[in-house]
Design a protein around this ligand. Structure first.
Ligand SMILES: Cc1ncc(COP(=O)(O)O)c(C=O)c1O
Length: 302
């Protein structure tokens, strides 16, 4: 295990350690903004495998197989997902894990939202579902989401020993080590157990219900309920190509700009995640702020 400055540094160091120039990494879109950049910075090539909304933003083995080339080195797997909140069921993970093993691929598994699933949906870890891939798996996690400790900057990667040793050598030249004040704080959080995480999950479950109910009443928004994380990722295709509040809105980026300027509500346009025509809303904020934000959007768009 290597402790890193937030999970972001784990992502960056993992790809730099893993990739030779030109190595390809399969990433499913919509993807978290940092992933393609971290792969490119490491000299690799992100190969985007689209996961469309009609199939719950989840890919199949056939989708992955179609994007495989002799240069494919790794599969990046993220469940629950940022930005879609999609969570893979165990059976699909088994198929994907076995496929990666047969193809001799590394699996890079980001598990940072592991505690945030809703209803009957459960989180599973790929190397636990398919133990045979453990020797070729790099897992990411951290305290930013589960313990709301984003500013403390503590994450980690778990990987086979030689990989951790190589990533550790890289880290020692980049930043030495992570502030030990932060490491002690993270340790205290982890030792405190998961009762606080569960309280937070319950609060998120309520906010998820509130934001879905609010968006449902807005014309032009289509929002399949996400199973995990703390985001909703509605399609706003129904609003594009119109004038809204005196402004022409043709893209989700322009719609996000309008919401920011006119309603003072910040959302991230789908363009950033490789999925134009959508907006990402985070509901990791206080109940009253969420209510106020939704009220402002309704005044502008309803
Ligand atoms: C999927 C995913 N991985 C990693 C991170 C990075 O988290 P941090 O660097 O704060 O630990 C984020 C943050 O948004 C994320 O959404």
């Amino acid at each position: 295990m290597l402790v890193t400055s937030g999970t972001k540094q784990a992502v960056a160091h993992a790809f730099t350690t893993l990739l030779d120039p030109g190595d390809e990494v399969l990433i499913t879109s919509p993807y978290w903004v940092t992933f393609p950049e971290a792969i490119l910075l490491a000299g690799g090539v992100p190969v985007v495998v689209p996961a469309d909304e009609a199939r719950g933003f989840r890919v199949s083995v056939d989708d992955l197989e179609r994007h495989l080339t002799p240069r494919t080195k790794a599969l990046l797997f993220v469940s629950p997902s940022n930005p879609t909140g999609a969570v893979y069921p165990e059976a699909r993970m088994e198929e994907i894990g076995k496929w990666a093993e047969e193809r001799g691929l590394w699996v890079v598994s980001d598990e940072i939202y592991q505690h945030f699933t809703y209803g009957d949906v459960r989180f599973h870890s790929l190397p636990e579902v398919v133990p045979a891939i453990a020797d070729q798996t790099i897992r990411f996690n951290g305290t930013s989401k589960s313990y709301a400790m984003t500013g403390w900057r503590v994450g980690w990667l778990i990987a086979p020993k030689p990989f951790v040793a190589a990533a550790g050598n890289l880290q020692s030249h980049v930043c030495g080590n992570i502030s030990n004040v932060s490491q002690w704080a993270a340790l205290a959080a982890l030792r405190s157990g998961t009762a606080s995480v569960e309280r937070m999950r319950e609060a998120f479950a309520k906010r998820r219900g509130a934001i879905l109910a609010g968006l449902e009443r807005l014309p032009g928004f289509e929002c399949p309920p996400p199973d995990g994380a703390f985001y909703v990722f509605p399609s706003v295709a129904g609003l594009l190509g119109r004038n809204i509040a005196g402004r022409r809105v043709d893209t989700s980026e322009q719609l996000a700009g309008l919401l920011l300027d006119e309603a003072k509500v910040a959302v991230v346009p789908g363009e950033a995640f490789g999925a134009p025509g959508h907006l990402r809303f985070s509901y990791a904020l206080a109940d009253d702020q969420l209510e106020e934000g939704m009220a402002r959007i309704h005044r502008l768009l309803a």
